[in-house]
Design a binder for this molecule. Structure first.
Ligand code: URA
Length: 432
C-alpha cells in the first residue's frame, strides 16, 4: 500500500478499509507518514466525513498504537470523565479532588489545548514543578495513595492520537465527529475503565455548535464505546459562554483554588456536581441522584475537596506557592464598558481565539505558550453593567499584544437594553 493512494481515496470521498486505516496509523508510529501527509489526511476526513465503520477502525487503530493498561490490582471501580472541549473549562480540576473522597479510582489522561479550547494538561503544567508525564508505576502508586492521577499522553498512550492531536490543533481540522470520537476514545480505551462520563459541550464555544451535531457526536461515541464494552454516560452542557470568570491556564488554576475554598461561580459548581454525580452513579457507588448529590456537597463544603486538591498537586511535584509568586506581577489591560445595559451575548469561540492571540494557546505546532496569559471576565450573560464599569481584563507577558486582542474581545461581547437570562447549563443526559 502507498500512503498517497490512501490520501487520494479519502480526498475523493471513498470509504477506507480497515487495512488502509491500520496502514496509515502504523505509518504514523513508524515515521513512514509525514506531518504533511497527516495534515492532508485530517483535512480529507473533515471535508468528506468518516463512515461509522471508518470511525471504529480509526479509534481501535489509534488505541492499539500504544499500550493498554492493566489496573486490575486496583480493587475499586475505575471511572473517568472527558470533555469534548470548551472555553474556561476547568471542571476536571475540580472533579478529581472531590472523587478522591469516594471509593473510586480515576485514571485521568487529559489533552492539551485544542483549536480555540483550553486543555487540562496546559492548565496543570502552568503549576511550577507539576509532572504529568508519568509512567505505569507512578500511575499505580498514585491510584493507591490518592485514588486519582492526572496525566498527559506519553509515547505509550495512544501515540497516534498524540501526533494527530498536535496537527489538528494548528490545521483547522478539529471539528469532525469521527476525528473527535477517535481522539477521545482511543485514549479512554487504554485506561482500563469500568465507566466513562462525557461532558458533551454544545453551543457557540463548542466544537459542536448546535444540539443536532452534539447528538450525532454522542451517538458516534456511543457506537464505538458499546462495541468496545465501555459503559458510557453523556451529559450535554452549554458552552454559550465561558465557564466561570477566568480563561487561561494559570488563571483557571487560580479560579479552581478559589472555587474549592468556598467562592465558586454558580456555573462551575453546577457542572462539577452534575459530572461527579454521573461518575459516582456510573461506578455504582450510590443508588440514586439525591444521595450522590448530598455526599458530593458534603465533601465540597467541608473543605475536604480543597485539601485533596493540595494533596494531589503536591503528590505530582507541583508547588503552588512558587506558582503564585511566578505569575503575580503579570501586566493587565482592562476593557471598560462603553454603555449601560445588560450583558446579552458572548462569542465564546472568538473569546478562545483572543486567548490564543495573547499567548495562552498555540498558533503553530512548536509554539511555547504563555501560561500566565488569559482573560478575566468581570460580567457574564444576564448581568447588569453600567457605562465605565470593568467589562473584561486581558493578562499577558507581552503587552504589545493587548491592543488588537482588546478590539476583538470587545466585539465578542454584546450589551443591550433588555435583560436576557443566562443560558441553561445542563441540557440533557444519556445513560447507556
Ligand atoms: N478532546 C480530545 O481529546 N480530542 C478531541 O478531539 C476533542 C476533545
Amino acid at each position: 500500500m502507498i500512503i498517497t493512494e490512501i490520501l487520494k481515496k479519502k480526498r475523493d470521498g471513498f470509504e477506507l478499509s480497515e487495512q488502509e486505516i491500520n496502514f496509515f496509523i502504523q505509518g504514523l508510529s513508524n515515521f513512514n507518514v509525514s506531518d504533511i501527509q497527516s495534515a492532508a489526511f485530517l483535512m480529507a476526513c473533515c471535508t468528506k466525513g468518516l463512515s461509522k465503520l471508518e470511525v471504529k477502525f480509526l479509534t481501535l487503530a489509534m488505541r492499539d498504537s500504544g499500550k493498554k493498561f492493566d489496573f486490575s490490582s486496583i480493587k475499586k471501580p475505575k471511572v473517568d470523565k472527558h470533555s469534548t472541549g470548551g472555553v474556561g473549562d476547568k471542571i476536571s480540576l475540580l472533579i478529581t479532588p472531590i472523587l478522591m473522597s469516594f471509593d473510586v479510582a480515576v485514571p485521568m489522561i487529559s489533552g492539551r489545548g485544542l483549536g480555540h479550547t483550553g486543555g487540562t494538561v496546559d492548565k496543570l503544567e502552568s503549576i511550577v514543578g507539576f509532572n504529568m508525564s508519568l509512567n505505569y508505576e507512578e500511575y499505580l502508586r498514585l491510584l493507591n495513595s490518592n485514588g486519582v492521577f492526572m496525566a498527559r499522553q506519553t509515547d505509550d498512550i495512544a501515540p497516534a492520537d498524540k501526533k494527530l492531536y498536535h496537527i489538528r490543533d494548528v490545521t483547522g481540522t478539529v471539528e469532525s465527529l469521527g476525528l473527535i470520537t477517535a481522539s477521545i476514545l482511543s485514549k479512554k480505551l487504554v485506561e482500563d475503565l469500568d465507566a466513562l462520563v462525557i461532558d458533551m459541550k454544545v453551543g457557540n464555544g463548542a466544537f459542536m455548535q448546535d444540539f443536532d451535531s452534539a447528538r450525532q457526536l454522542a451517538q458516534s461515541m456511543i457506537d464505538v464505546a458499546s462495541e468496545s464494552g465501555l459503559k458510557m454516560r453523556v451529559i450535554f452542557t452549554s458552552m454559550e459562554q465561558p465557564l466561570g470568570y477566568k480563561i487561561g491556564n494559570w488563571l483557571e488554576i487560580e479560579e479552581t483554588i478559589s472555587a474549592l475554598s468556598g467562592k465558586s461561580p454558580k456555573d462551575i459548581e453546577e457542572i462539577t456536581f452534575k459530572l461527579c454525580e454521573g461518575m459516582l452513579l456510573s461506578a455504582n457507588i450510590f443508588e440514586n441522584q439525591s444521595i450522590a448529590q448530598n455526599k458530593i456537597k458534603e465533601v465540597w463544603e467541608s473543605g475536604r475537596a480543597y485539601n485533596n486538591f493540595l494533596k494531589m498537586i503536591k503528590s505530582q511535584g507541583g508547588d503552588l506557592d512558587l506558582s503564585i509568586e511566578k505569575y503575580k506581577n503579570y501586566p493587565q489591560f482592562t476593557i471598560y464598558c462603553e454603555k449601560s445595559g445588560y450583558l446579552q451575548h458572548i462569542d465564546t469561540l472568538y473569546t478562545g481565539i483572543v486567548c490564543i492571540m495573547i499567548g495562552a494557546g498555540r498558533k503553530d505546532i512548536n509554539d511555547r505558550i504563555d501560561y500566565g496569559a488569559g482573560i478575566i471576565l468581570h460580567k457574564k450573560i444576564g448581568d447588569k453593567i453600567e457605562k465605565g464599569e470593568k467589562l473584561a481584563s486581558l493578562i499577558a507577558k507581552d503587552k504589545s499584544l493587548f491592543s488588537q486582542a482588546a478590539d476583538l474581545l470587545k466585539s465578542c461581547i454584546i450589551i443591550g437594553d433588555d435583560y436576557l437570562e443566562a443560558p441553561k447549563l445542563i441540557l440533557d443526559e444519556w445513560i447507556i
